[in-house]
Write a protein that binds this ligand. Structure first.
Ligand code: DNO
Length: 343
């Protein structure tokens, strides 16, 4: 296991020199943030990030994310050029020692929450999701907390319309087409692709979502057996689905999990949840059981603490402040050490 920390590049208010001081930290998970989706990440931008990491004694072996262009998800004719660009980015990243790329295949939106500052009794605050509240929103005039895509409402409407008749099967076929297109670049560079599950793991605003539970993974590995086709095991995303037994899934999925986002949530209704501190006792997911299952099944990937709360007066980027993620990292590191040494 290698413990990592997400870092939003030079625009991040958390300096690498702080991240380096978190016990057990091997490196950061980062990305080039200002190249338009679909274009090749130029070598000089990648080298700049690598150099900053090197200067701070941190590795840069995981990228989160290289975003997938909507035309690829939609299966449009332009996809072949965009997939070739994606493969080129993979090759460029391979040149600086990147080993794993996290990406997602969610149409239009990435993760969705309805509140970014839900206050807990201890005074900390965190992200939460209330399904009824989300359903009351008008997808054509959306103002979602934390959703940082910069579509104008016209663009958003056109995009939503393009997905109108898209079935789950078609979206899945488009994912397979994409993966088959980039696997040669992964074979060449040794880079593992790690798809992030849909967050939360159910359809949104009529848009299909296809990486939601065990069945999705069985289908995915059958369709693209290449071992470079792997996953990001995100416990908070998958765990929001009551049907997902995260300990059992960690055990089954460990061999194809190249990256793990270990995050805690507390179920608050059939579909509602609130993010909480990483400890097992802080939420609904058995974090100890998940780590134990991963270790016992030979997990050898990258781990990062995921969304942290705002604590100690910090007003961090939602989910990505310093303090609570640092606490999460040391807690997780301790769990791994204990489980590994007791084997
Ligand atoms: C949220 C993150 C996601 C993740 C992407 C991966 O905090 O876990 O935004 O980075 O879905 O592509």
């Amino acid at each position: 296991m290698k413990m990592t920390f997400r870092w939003y590049g030079e625009g991040d208010s958390i300096p690498l020199s702080y991240i380096r001081q978190i016990p057990g930290m091997s490196g950061v998970v980062t990305a080039v943030y200002d190249i338009p989706v679909g274009e090749v990440w130029p070598m000089d931008r990648i080298l700049r990030l690598k150099e900053l990491c090197d200067q701070n004694g941190l590795e840069m072996e995981v990228i989160e994310s290289v975003p997938v262009h909507e035309d690829i998800k939609l299966g449009r004719p332009t996809r072949d050029r965009l997939i070739a660009n994606y493969a080129e980015t993979i090759r460029n990243l391979g040149k600086v020692g990147v080993k794993c790329i996290c990406y997602n295949f969610m149409p239009v939106f990435d993760w969705l929450r309805t509140n970014l500052h839900t206050v807990a009794p201890d005074g900390s605050n965190s992200l939460s999701y209330c399904h009824d509240e989300l359903m009351r929103l008008d997808p054509h005039d959306l103002h979602l907390p934390g959703w940082d895509e910069s579509y104008t409402s016209d663009e958003l409407n056109t995009l939503l319309d393009s997905y109108k008749d898209m079935s789950h099967d078609t979206l899945f076929d488009n994912l397979v087409y994409f993966l088959n297109g980039i696997m040669p670049a992964c074979d060449e560079t040794g880079i593992n692709m790690a798809i992030h599950p849909d967050d939360p793991p159910w359809d949104m605003f009529g848009l299909p979502r296809i990486i939601t539970g065990m069945e999705s993974y069985n289908k995915l590995f059958t369709a693209v057996p290449n071992p470079h086709n792997g996953i990001t095991l995100c416990t908070g995303s998958l765990g929001a689905g009551r049907g997902n037994d995260m300990v059992a899934m960690a055990r089954l999925l460990a061999p194809r999990s190249y990256f793990a986002h270990l995050r805690q949530i507390r179920h608050e209704g059939e579909l509602d949840f609130c993010e909480s501190g990483h400890l097992t006792e802080s939420g609904s997911l058995d974090m100890f059981g998940i780590v134990k299952a991963l270790v016992e099944s030979g997990f050898d990937g990258y781990v990062r603490p995921d969304h942290g709360r705002n604590i100690w007066g910090e007003d961090g980027k939602p989910g990505y402040g310093l303090y609570d993620r640092a606490l999460g990292a040391t807690y997780l590191y301790g769990l791994f050490e204990a489980v590994e040494k007791m084997r």
